[in-house]
Design a protein around this ligand. Structure first.
Ligand SMILES: *Cc1c(COP(=O)(O)O)cnc(C)c1O
Length: 234
């Protein structure tokens, strides 16, 4: 099954527009567009749309539910694709998560670290992870506090089976994307501090920015943007 021609044309136009905006935002602050990974968040679409996006050159895909992703990717993506778990992970889903995903961006508590560690060990391969931080302190959102981040990162750095790569956050949904700037800057400041604490580790990833606000996130240093609606439509 594949998507129809009109859908594919829309997708191609959306991807081209996102790439252009990523390049413009990077250029505005003297960064290279190649430093920024676009994760296409495919949580609202089915496999044919993912395959169409892959055919159009995208290689990173994001899902927020383990069960949906397990169904969607029962036939694995080609080996050069990377699957990101970006949503809240329940502790009883760590085993399928560690098997299916190439990176878990939503690690935010000790019990989850312990569960994922066991799952990665059973799977027999080290699992790349990001520490999710609730910079904006929104009560309804996942993510550890800024205060807890250093201790959790310390734990991750000493893990035999998890491989921390950096940080992830979600900004509040606001009408004017400029309002998200302090949140993204806050995650960058935290990342820089954690890097100084662990100079021998590669903790450079800053996963921040979604359809509403990714240009600001890139200006503030995002290395990964997670984009759903701007690619796949509403
Ligand atoms: C859905 C989602 C996104 C993408 O959001 P859009 O507004 O569709 O770009 C990014 N990150 C997370 C964690 C999400 O759940």
């Amino acid at each position: 099954m594949s998507v129809d021609v009109a859908v594919e044309q829309d997708l191609a136009a959306h991807i081209a527009a996102v790439r252009e905006r990523v390049a413009a935002a990077a250029h505005a602050v003297g960064r290279n567009r190649d430093q920024i990974t676009i994760v296409a968040v495919s949580k609202t679409v089915d496999r044919p749309a993912v395959d169409a996006a892959y055919a159009l050159g995208l290689r990173h895909f994001g899902e927020n539910r383990v069960q949906d992703a397990a169904r969607k990717f029962a036939t694995p993506l080609p080996p050069d694709a990377t699957l990101h778990l970006i949503g809240h992970l329940q502790s009883n889903k760590t085993r399928p998560a560690a098997t299916l995903f190439d990176i878990v961006e939503s690690v935010d508590r000790l019990s989850l670290i312990e569960g994922l560690e066991l799952a990665a060990e059973r799977h027999g391969s080290r699992l790349p992870v990001l520490l999710q931080v609730n910079v904006a302190r929104e009560p309804q959102k996942a993510g550890c506090t800024l205060e807890d981040a250093a201790a959790l990162m310390d734990r991750l750095v000493h893990s035999a089976w998890l491989e921390p790569r950096g940080l992830m956050t979600m900004a509040p949904l606001v009408a004017d994307m400029e309002e998200t700037r302090p949140v993204f800057a806050g995650l960058r400041v935290l990342r820089d501090a954690l890097r100084r604490q662990h100079p021998d580790r590669d903790l450079g990833v800053l996963s921040m920015g979604m359809s509403n606000d990714y240009p600001v996130a890139i200006e503030e240093g995002a290395t990964t943007v997670r984009i759903g609606r701007a690619i796949f439509g509403d």
